[in-house]
Ligand binder design. Sequence first.
Ligand SMILES: [Mg+2]
Length: 474
Amino acid sequence: MQHTASRRRLSTGTPGKVCPQEAGITPGRVPPQEGDGTTGPASTQETDGTPGRAPTQEADGTTEPASTQETDGGSGRASPQEAGGTTGRSILHLDQDSFFVSVERLRNSALAGRPVIIGGTGDRAVVASCSYEARHYGVHSAMPMKLARQLCPDATCIRGDMERYSRYSNLVTSIIADRAPLFEKASIDEHYVDITGMDRFFGCSKWAAGLRQFIIRESGLPISMGLSVNKCISKMAAGEAKPNGQLEVAGTGVQPFLDPLSIAKIPMVGAKTYNRLRHMGIATIRTLRSIPPEVFEHMLGKNGREIWWRANGVDNSPVQPWSQQKSISAETTFESDTINMAHIGDTLLRLCEQLCFRLRKQQQLTGCVSVKIRYANFDTHSLRQGIPYTAFDHVLMPACKELFRRLHQRRMRIRLVGIQFSRLVQGAPQLSLFEDKPEMIQLYQAMDRMRRKYGTKAVRRALAETGRDRQYGT
Ligand SMILES: [Mg+2]
């Protein structure tokens, strides 16, 4: 275990924002390529002066308060989160700034400081990510590319490359995995780390700042960081620290931090909810929490009360360990053991189709596919492969088919086939597709609508009748 974090120049105990210059962005190393049958993120080398792996947490639950630092404006008033017993935690949120754009800038430094828009290049494609310079013109994610180009004609438009972004995403995950006791990958560019109890060894702020700097140095990518007593506040703190900054909100500083913020900053408040609340005259978190929670519950159901709690700085959701993060799987045992390859192939693709639909329904992307074969004698084999993050059948079906081809070695009847998608992260599927084929997205949306309405088997891909001419994944 390395205890070098305390020697680092970073964060000498003063909470607050770190200026972007401090980060000293330099092109980092190129992330490793995904190899065949990868079993996890590539490991990174330890270097001197990097934050060492944190000690694993003790189970006695007698952790110290989240942070010993007072922030300005701490009112001393007991807040619900203090009453609710969540003050013992230290949760770090790491969020990369305009991630896709930053990766493109590593490749082409001429893009620095310029408005950049990433997405499909066709007129009907959507914006997947844009630089802060482009945002000043009103461009934002999920906007049609055509409109974005009209708003910001000087922007450099780049067709995204999900494979490259996935490699950098996995590089950052591997750096965190090497050092953090407990972390969750929330999306392709966001991680939560539970560093509760760390202050007894290093000091949470120093360790977290050290980790952030190490990620910046190794990846060359800007990243913002929030450190606070729960996931919601640390995410909001990282949002306020952007771009490329860090912000710590100690337990006593939570309410002073939240109160002046717009209700739009609460992660659960989407555009629709925001508009409804604004119509009630609620603009800031301070106003929202002064209203009894029953009002919001009546108006928005269970979410309404949850939003009220968040406004009061309460969020008990745990950091979900990456190793246990959800995967989804499906398998079929054949009625009788078979060597009918056409039938086996069809079954595999149906399973893939079902899982892809579930991914999109849950607004998730997968970064790893695994295929399983059980032979008639119950010998079971599986093979997995890291892939660029996606939720689309036409990407995942060929991957499943190829894994099956490599895995299927024996001339024995097959009893069962199965597929698993793992390394799931949150993310809108259309943002992982950079083709000039909006029709493809529209087709998926139409098919998924029908499945939601009439059941998962309502729509299926037409597969050729003969195995020989079969076209997979088209
Ligand atoms: Mg981000």
